[in-house]
Design a protein. Structure first.
Length: 524
């Protein structure tokens, strides 16, 4: 009998191990598909990605860390929009495999895989394997977050998130026992996050300060060095990169960059527009994101930080990361949802906590108030448990299907088609005026772009109703370039006077959202 029971127990263990192995294999295949399939087709390359790619392309072609146009090298814009942690590896791949969108995006997919693994490990360290699976599934499938979509493009958000998650994982794994070298490594990872995407400094800096103050006043869960050394190292890494840029660019160009960055920050990062606040709030906490549980998840997160112990203090760090970023996004920014990326990514941890705890009948464990106990009782009846689980499963499935459909059946690749036409029909040395930098990456033609300072004017025009950048730009009328390429971005921000264009230029070809015009005598 004992031998029979032992055999049955062994069989169950084997079946469980097999199920876990199959589940892990299915998850790996799914993530690989989401990251790699149709990589150069979805998403279609666009303004920001094209602008960023100018830097590694210019570095390979000319040996200069800058953008390039018919006016020469341009040091502001892409060189500060995304850090060298993204652009230099792409340049290295270009050196080995040639310049191309697929090559660049393979680098980004590496960062995407790294971010997913680190997020899964961080979630598992916080609450175990089951929680890690749910939180990671939410992270990858939430439509409003677009984690996978951003991770397939040459953008800074996912790489910066990977460095942030690496720093948090290393930090949380020892906490009060962290040695000075380990704390320096933590600060270096957080610093690389800030160097990769300067916007993350608006989140990481305040959070480190507030977590330290909370330790002094309430938690007392770790020595002060646990907060001071990472904080100072993060700041040092950011300042070091700024110093390198000053030495590389020269003080005059660096001061110009600083002035342009200040203007851009005032126009996009510190707006405080009452009209935008309501719009931004609705974009975050509507029903589409996390099945409408984003805001309840944050409220639930506030209950996880109330104990005076190490886990609660670590949850506080995560809570502050989410709330600080989302509060800035709602109250101060122009309301572009990419600005909320770090906060929304971290929020998946709180949504997963809410769903799992309520479905297990363990919601709000730190609180003892009668009203919350009554609410907990109402929520934890069997019907509500299963309804919440079904809601969660449906939201993940719908998000996965939606993302998979986009990857399987991408939109028509108009940039690639226009680039192919230019390669066939337009001489490489002909000057093409455009504000579509993605085309400037896809071909080796000679392009002229509007000056970088007009980008802030364009932001003001689109988001705050300011004057169009076209009111400050008369290059077409003055210089009469041979060709004009008008695409989605140039049309959106109204950079060119279409009446003047149609009076002096002839439409040559229209491909998707791109119109190619030629001046008299410059027909391809």
């Amino acid at each position: 009998m004992a031998r029979f029971m032992s055999a049955r127990l062994g069989q169950r263990v084997m079946d469980t191990d097999l199920a876990r192995s199959l589940g892990l294999l299915l998850a790996l295949v799914t993530v690989a598909f989401l990251a790699l399939y149709n990589l150069s087709e979805f998403p279609v390359i666009w303004f920001d990605e094209g602008a960023h790619l100018h830097v590694p392309k210019t570095l390979i072609r000319y040996g200069v860390y800058a953008d390039h146009s018919s006016d020469g090298f341009r040091y502001y814009g892409p060189t500060v929009g995304v850090g060298p942690t993204v652009l230099l590896p792409i340049a290295a791949v270009f050196q080995l495999l040639g310049v191309g969108l697929l090559q660049a995006r393979l680098v980004m997919v590496g960062y995407l895989f790294l971010a997913v693994v680190l997020f899964f490990r961080l979630a598992g360290q916080l609450r175990g394997g089951g929680f890690a699976w749910v939180a990671t599934a939410l992270l990858l499938t939430a439509p409003g977050l677009a984690f996978v979509e951003y991770g397939r493009q040459v953008l800074g958000e996912v790489p910066a998130m990977a460095f942030l998650l690496g720093g948090l994982l290393l930090w949380f794994s020892t906490w009060e026992r962290s040695s000075v070298p380990r704390l320096l490594a933590i600060g270096s990872l957080l610093g690389l996050s800030v160097v990769t995407k300067a916007q993350f400094l608006l989140v990481i800096g305040p959070v480190l300060l507030l977590a330290w103050v909370a330790n002094l006043l309430f938690y007392r869960s770790a020595p002060q060095r646990v907060f001071l050394i990472p904080g100072l190292t993060t700041l040092g890494a950011f300042l070091l990169w700024q110093a390198i840029m000053v030495l590389y660019l020269g003080p005059a160009t660096a001061l110009e960059n600083l002035s342009l960055l200040r203007d851009a920050s005032a126009g996009a990062a510190f707006v405080f527009s009452p009209g935008l606040i309501a719009t931004s709030f609705r974009s975050l906490f509507g029903g589409a994101l996390y099945a409408g549980l984003a805001l309840p998840g944050l409220f639930y997160g506030a209950t996880l930080i109330l104990r005076r112990d190490r886990p609660a203090h670590q949850w506080l760090v995560l809570f502050l990361l989410a709330v600080t970023n989302l509060a800035w996004y709602v109250f101060a920014s122009i309301g572009w949802v990419r600005y909320a990326f770090p906060g929304l990514s971290i929020s998946s941890l709180f949504v997963a906590s809410l769903v799992l705890d309520v479905s297990r009948g363990a919601a709000f464990p730190p609180l003892k108030r009668e009203a919350l106990r009554v609410w907990q009782h109402a929520l934890t009846v069997d019907g509500a448990k299963w309804a919440l689980r079904a809601w969660l499963a449906a939201s993940i499935a719908i998000g996965l299907i939606y993302l998979g459909r986009q990857i399987l059946f991408p939109a028509v690749n108009a940039p690639a088609a226009m680039a192919a036409y230019l390669d066939r029909a337009v001489p490489a040395d002909a000057v093409i005026e455009t504000w579509e930098p993605e085309i400037g990456f896809l071909t080796d033609h000679t392009y002229h772009y509007p000056p970088p300072e007009l980008l802030n004017t364009a932001v003001q025009h689109i988001w705050l109703g300011g004057p169009s950048p076209g009111e400050h730009y008369d290059y077409i009328e003055r210089e009469r370039p041979e060709f004009l390429l008008l695409g989605r971005f140039g049309r959106w921000v109204d950079i060119y006077d279409l009446d003047a264009v149609e009076a002096d230029y002839q439409l040559v070809v229209q491909i998707g959202e791109y119109d190619l015009y030629a001046a008299d005598g410059a027909q391809p």
